[in-house]
Design a protein around this ligand. Structure first.
Ligand code: JB8
Length: 236
């Protein structure tokens, strides 16, 4: 089976220029990763190329109109010609994005990210595609804070998904280590490099010992201590 194909729809395609850089940029150039960015404005209606309107029921700000989204989504589906896809709609009210979700998405054939702005996208876009065959719709949030739009959240998700795609990371040892040698769902252990002594601070002796089973135990213990400290800070 082939690698995940991703389409991103936004009124700010330039937000996604960082995807030309570094590991993800190289993976895209080599063809291992297929990520395409689409300007929602290309699907806007009328001479004013408007993509938003005032909210029914009143309130501050603007809501994104459904029809440009439907046109953009249907255009990427026609271009890809893949029978099943997951439509990811970014919203602060969505289910929390997790490593498990990143793994699941990295094994999906076709992902479409709807990165909205303003006060969000007309709810009927979610409701409409939930009822369409071939569509799985996920409303997703990357955490309990509010952004100005879905673009940055989409970048976060794409980075965590892309690094799980076979061949994207030059050295897959780092993936192996994440999945096996860390206490389940745990934070990393502290890491050190040369010099062994720096501004009066020494690298823990065990790391210089060459005793790999002792080093492994020490790292697991430190990772556990770290996550205990964080839990206490965040209130369990
Ligand atoms: C308009 O905070 B967020 C987020 C905020 C947003 C939109 C999408 C996501 C769209 N504001 O996750």
């Amino acid at each position: 089976m082939s690698n995940v194909k991703c389409d991103v729809i936004s009124i700010f395609p330039e937000y996604f220029l960082p995807l030309k850089l570094s590991i993800i940029g190289k993976a895209r150039e080599s063809g291992i990763l297929d990520i395409q960015i689409h300007d929602l404005r290309d699907q806007a209606i009328g001479v004013h190329k408007s993509v938003d309107d005032t909210p029914y029921g009143g309130g501050a700000g603007m809501v994104m109109s459904p029809e440009p989204w439907a046109r953009a989504i249907e255009q990427v589906c026609d271009q890809r010609n893949i029978p099943l896809r997951t439509l990811v709609i970014l919203t602060p009210a969505g289910e929390k994005f997790t490593q498990a979700m990143a793994r699941e998405f990295s094994q999906t054939e076709h992902l479409i990210f709807a990165s909205g702005r303003y006060e969000g996208i007309d709810q009927r876009v979610t409701d409409y595609y939930r009822a369409q065959p071939g569509f799985t719709v996920r409303e997703v949030s990357i955490g309990d804070y509010v952004l100005n739009g879905g673009e940055v959240a989409t970048l976060v998700m794409l980075e965590s998904i892309a690094r799980l795609v076979p061949g994207v990371l030059g050295n897959p040892d780092s993936l192996l280590e994440e999945s096996h040698s860390l206490p389940q769902g745990n934070l990393e252990y502290p890491t050190y490099t040369k010099p062994a002594s720096w501004r009066g601070l020494d690298v823990p002796e065990v790391l210089l010992s060459g005793n790999h089973s002792l080093i492994h135990s020490w790292r697991m213990q430190e990772a556990a201590l770290r996550s205990e400290r964080i839990s206490r800070q965040t209130g369990e």
